[in-house]
Design a protein around this ligand. Structure first.
Ligand SMILES: *Cc1c(COP(=O)(O)O)cnc(C)c1O
Length: 381
C-alpha cells in the first residue's frame, strides 16, 4: 500500500530525555526507586495481586493525608482532574461557592464552580499574600446560603501558604464544605485532613510526592460523601463521578466493579513514592524540606535575590524570588537549562518576567540540589 509521503515520520527515533535537575514548580526529580517501579511488568488491573497494590495505595494515601476517610483514592489523571473531581461532585447547578483567589490556581477553582452551573462568590487577596480569614468570614456571613468554601493551601504561582486549619474551621462553622487544593503542599508541609476538618482535598503526584506526573490523590470526608450521595442531579462527569469510582477503589474486602482501566504502571510508581514517604516519616519529610529551604534561602539572599512572600507564609518547597536588579531573567533561565541542565520556574500571570519559582519538592529537596543550583547561579550571574 502506498502511504502518503506528507507525513514525515522517517527521521524519528526513540526519545532519550536530557538528564536535567528539576527545581521548578513540578514535576520534581524522580527517585530511581520510583522510576524502576514504573517499568515493572504490567499485570491486569483486576488481578488479585494488583488489587492488593491498590489497597495499599489507599492506605498509604490515608497516611499522607492523615485521615481515616474511607473515600480516599488516586484519580487516574493529573492534579487538575483531582480539582475537577472535587468540584463536579460537590457543586450542583444553582449552588453557591465562596472561592478564594490569591493566585493562578484560585482562578481555576472559580472556573470550575461556574462550569458546574454554580455561582462563585470571589474573595480576592493580593498575589503573594495568604488568603485573609477575616474577608472569608465576612463573605460567609454575607452569603449564608453558600454550600462550599474553596481555597488553595499552597499557591504554586506565588509560593504562599494560607492557613488551611483556620479556613476549614470557618467553613464548618458556617455550614459549608471545604474544597482544598493541596497539590503543592502534600508531603512537603503539614496537611492534616482529619485534625483540620477538611472535606474534599486533592493533590498531585509530581510535586512533593516526587512521583511521575499524571495522578491525583484525593480524599473526601463523611460530610462530603453525604452530599455526593444525596445530590439532586447526576454528576456531570461520568469519569469523575465518585458514586461510580468509589465502587472501583472499593472498601477492602468488597468486590471491585470495573470502572476504567487503572494506569497500572503509574500506580506502581505511586505505590513506591508513597512507600518512601512512609519510610521517611511525614515529620522528617517536612523537616527535610524546611532545612534545605533555609540553605537555599541563605545562598539566594547572598546573591541578591529577594523573597516575594513574608517569612511566616513562605512555602519551603516553592521559593518565589525577585531577581537581583538588572538581570535578564528569561536569558539566565535559558542558560541554566541549556548549560547547566537545571530547570527553575519563571513567574506566572502578573509575575511573569519578574520572579522565579525555585522548587525544592520531594526528592529535589536535597543538599546536592541546593548546592548545584547556587553553584550554577554564581557562574551564570
Ligand atoms: C500543579 C498544580 C495544579 C495542577 O496540577 P496538574 O498535575 O498540573 O494538573 C493545581 N493546583 C496547584 C496549586 C498546583 O501547583
Amino acid at each position: 500500500m502506498e502511504l502518503p509521503k506528507s507525513i514525515a515520520v522517517q527521521d524519528i527515533t526513540s526519545f532519550d530525555p536530557p538528564k536535567r535537575k528539576l527545581m521548578g514548580p513540578g514535576p520534581s526529580d524522580i527517585h530511581p526507586r520510583i522510576s524502576a517501579a514504573l517499568s515493572r511488568h504490567c499485570i491486569g488491573h483486576l488481578d488479585p495481586e494488583f488489587v492488593k497494590v491498590m489497597d495499599e495505595i489507599k492506605l498509604m494515601t490515608q497516611y499522607v493525608y492523615q485521615t481515616t476517610n474511607q473515600l480516599t483514592m488516586v484519580v487516574s489523571a493529573p492534579g487538575s482532574a483531582g480539582m475537577e473531581a472535587c468540584f463536579v461532585n460537590l457543586v450542583e447547578p444553582g449552588d453557591k461557592a465562596i472561592v478564594c483567589i490569591n493566585g493562578v490556581f484560585g482562578g481555576r477553582m472559580k472556573e470550575n464552580v461556574e462550569r458546574c452551573g454554580g455561582t462563585a462568590i470571589v474573595v480576592e487577596d493580593e498575589w503573594g499574600k495568604p488568603v485573609d480569614p477575616n474577608k472569608v468570614e465576612e463573605a460567609l456571613k454575607a452569603h449564608p446560603d453558600a454550600q462550599v468554601l474553596a481555597f488553595v493551601h499552597a499557591e504554586t504561582s506565588t509560593g504562599v501558604r494560607s492557613d488551611a486549619e483556620v479556613l476549614c474551621q470557618l467553613a464548618k462553622q458556617y455550614g459549608c464544605l471545604s474544597i482544598v487544593d493541596t497539590v503543592t503542599s502534600l508531603a512537603g508541609i503539614p496537611v492534616l485532613v482529619d485534625d483540620w476538618g477538611m472535606d474534599a482535598v486533592y493533590s498531585g503526584s509530581q510535586k512533593c510526592l516526587s512521583c511521575t506526573p499524571g495522578l491525583s490523590p484525593v480524599t473526601f470526608s463523611k460530610r462530603a460523601v453525604k452530599k455526593i450521595k444525596n445530590r439532586a442531579t447526576k454528576v456531570q462527569s461520568w469519569f469523575l463521578d465518585m458514586n461510580l469510582v468509589m465502587n472501583y477503589w472499593g472498601t477492602a474486602g468488597t468486590k471491585r466493579a470495573y470502572h476504567h482501566t487503572a494506569p497500572v504502571n503509574a500506580l506502581y510508581a505511586m505505590h513506591e513514592a508513597l512507600l518512601m514517604v512512609q519510610e521517611e516519616g511525614l515529620d522528617d519529610r517536612w523537616e527535610r524540606h524546611h532545612k534545605h529551604h533555609l540553605a537555599l534561602k541563605e545562598g539566594l539572599e547572598e546573591l541578591g535575590f529577594r523573597y516575594l512572600v513574608d517569612e511566616e507564609y513562605r512555602l519551603p518547597q516553592l521559593n518565589a524570588v525577585f531577581l537581583p536588579e538588572g538581570l535578564d531573567e528569561a536569558n539566565i533561565r535559558k542558560q541554566l537549562l541549556e548549560d547547566h541542565m537545571l530547570e527553575v520556574g519563571g513567574g506566572l500571570g502578573a509575575f511573569a518576567g519578574k520572579i522565579w519559582r525555585i522548587g525544592l519538592m520531594g526528592y529535589s529537596a536535597r543538599e546536592e540540589n541546593v548546592e548545584y543550583c547556587l553553584g550554577a547561579l554564581r557562574e551564570v550571574i
